[in-house]
Every structure is written in C-alpha cells, then in structure tokens.
Design a protein around this ligand. Structure first.
Ligand SMILES: [Zn+2]
Length: 345
C-alpha cells in the first residue's frame, strides 16, 4: 500500500507523531483537546485555568493566544472563545494553544484589574513562583506549560470596566533586530492601526513581569493587542481581535491564505499618563481616539459638592489611547493616557 507523503512523514518521524499536552489537555495530531492547568492550593486557594490545544495535522510553529489576565476585559475573553470554533485541527499546520480566561476569580466576582484572591494583577508577576500566592503560582505554571512550549505568544486584553480605550497593540523592542522584525511583522499582520512602541519593558527573563515579555525575553517573537472598552462586548472589538489572530496565523503559515496586514499604522513612541491629584467625581471632556493638543483640558474632577478641584490637561499633543470611563476617581487614579505619535522614523 502506498501512503501519501504526509502520512509517510508522520510515521517516519516519531517527534511529529507525538501528542501535545498543556495541563490536562492532551491532543493527538489533527485533533483538538480541552482541559485545565491545575494550580494547586498553597498559602491560598487552588484554581484551574481552562486550556484548549489544537494539534495540527501538519507540522508548523506553536502559537499561544491568551486572554483574561484581567477577567473583566470581556471583549478579549469572548474573542478567544470565538477562536475555539474558528480553528480546525485537521486543517492546521503547527499547534495552537488557547487560554481564554486566566483570571477566573476576577471574572467570577466581576473584580477589575486584579485577582481578588491575592489582590495582584495577573499580568505583573511573571515568570511566577511555585511557592507564592495564587497569582504567582498560576504565572509559574503558565510559564512552564504554555510560554516554554510556544514559539510565539499573542496576549489579548480588552479595556477593563473603568477603561475606555481605542484598539491598539504593543511592539516590544528587545534589541535583537531579527526578533524585533519578526514581532513587528506579527503586529502588522494583526492589523490594528495604532501600535505602541515599548522600549522600556523588562529584559531579564527571570523578572519578565508581563505574560508577553515572558515570551519575548525568552527569544520568542510575541505581541500584545487590546480592543474593547468599559466592559462591553461590541462586535467590532471582538472581530478585530479574532480576525487579527487569524491573520497572524496566516502570516505564520499555520492557516492557508494570505494575511490582511495594516498598511500605514500610527506608531506611538511614548505614553504620557495623566493622573488625578484628588479623589472625587470625574467628568471627561474628550473621547477615546481623539487627537489633543498640549494643554487641552481632558476632564475635570469635582468634590461631592460639585466644586471643581482638579483639571486634567494634556501634557503633550497626541491621541487619547485610554480614558477613565466611570465617575469614580481616586487620588493617583489614571484619567487618561495620551499617546505621542512618532514623527521621525
Ligand atoms: Zn488587561
């Protein structure tokens, strides 16, 4: 009996025929498997992080797509849920790992920014440690089970309940020209039209802090992308994240067809953050995505008697990447992030 060449290669190479496991999800070639990364109890409670593995019928790169480090950034979580139904392992080259919801307690309890079990952001404690609090133990296992097994990582975020943000992605510049070019091509393929250049992210793999930087400090071209605002699940935000992920998979030759890259994105060279000096009630004066001049009023904070106690001014000309979307304002709370557009390239 003559075997097709692909089947011959599968049998000829034991490595190619190996199943692929992440946590309890173990997928054979051409199959999808679901399971959990089980984080055991330690100084606080156990948790289990859902994972889906698509082990493609043909060889290719390993791509991990994660969301829900912040469990109320719903647009990004729903985007990864949609990807589950959009990918067929039988048609896939390489392996796709999906982590739709890293921060289970944040999602369950509708707590913004942090894991309510230990009050830590689940995107600040990588590479984690096995004997830390729940966030650190989860980060440790995601590093071992996902980051170390992947060639590329896409970390999706989506504008938390108090964040009105315009869609953008982040380009981490590591200083390695080849790796930086590869991650830049992933960003262009993802297709968001505003890209923040991050040159100040951690360089030490033992203190990588962020999920994406845990991959990039390990030499793996990776990106972060955000779309969504104020806890909403708008179809255009979800579509931007789903289509961007699929376009990157085409760019990496994991799926057939051509990617749909953005042609001339806006590159942001610096973020100027504006914080409130006073607690009180916030009234915005601009919208997300607006262009502002230096000195323009971005919003005001009043006391509980209606008296203006703080007026936020743009520290530089640029685009409003993010604006506080709720009246609650704390002392030191972020009012807006103004992205300064790169003019010299
Ligand atoms: Zn986030």
């Amino acid at each position: 009996m003559r075997l097709p060449i692909a089947a011959f290669l599968l049998f000829a190479s034991p490595a190619l025929a190996q199943p692929f496991s992440v946590g309890t999800a173990k997928a054979e070639r051409g199959q999808k498997a679901t399971g959990f990364i089980e984080v055991p109890a330690g100084s606080d409670a156990a948790t289990s992080i859902p994972v889906i593995v698509f082990h493609g019928a043909k060889p290719g790169p390993v791509l991990a797509i994660a969301s829900g480090s912040h469990g109320t950034e719903y647009a990004s979580i729903i985007a990864v849920e949609k990807l589950i139904g959009a990918v067929d392992a039988a048609q896939l080259s390489g392996t796709l790992i999906l982590l739709p919801l890293i921060n289970r307690a944040s999602f369950d309890q509708k707590v913004v920014h942090v894991n309510p079990i230990d009050s830590k952001s689940m995107n600040r404690f990588y590479p984690g440690k096995p004997d830390g609090t729940q966030t650190e133990r989860a980060s440790f296992l995601i590093t071992k089970e996902v980051i170390e097994k992947a060639d590329h990582v896409i970390d999706l975020h989506g504008g938390d309940m108090d964040e009105s943000l315009r869609p953008y992605s982040y380009w981490t510049k590591t200083g390695n020209a080849k790796q930086d070019e590869a991650s830049k091509q992933m960003l262009l393929a993802f297709g968001l039209d505003t890209i923040i250049i991050s040159a100040d992210r951690p360089k030490d793999p033992a203190a990588s802090r962020y999920l994406e930087n845990t991959a990039s400090t390990r030499g793996k071209p990776s990106i972060t992308a955000e779309a969504g605002h104020a806890g909403t699940v708008e179809p255009e935000d979800v579509a931007a994240l789903v289509n961007g992920s699929l376009s990157v998979m085409r760019h990496l030759k994991m799926l057939p067809g051509a990617p749909t890259p953005v042609a001339n994105p806006v590159w942001i060279e610096k973020i100027e953050s504006v914080t409130s000096t006073e607690p009180g009630i916030f009234y915005p004066a601009v919208k997300k995505g607006s262009y502002v001049e230096k000195g323009m009023t971005l919003g005001t904070v009043t006391d509980f008697f209606g008296k203006t106690i703080f007026e936020a001014k743009a520290p530089a000309a640029g685009v409003i990447l993010y604006l506080c979307s709720v009246p609650t304002m704390t002392k030191g709370g972020t009012i807006a992030n103004v992205g300064v557009v790169q003019t010299v390239r």
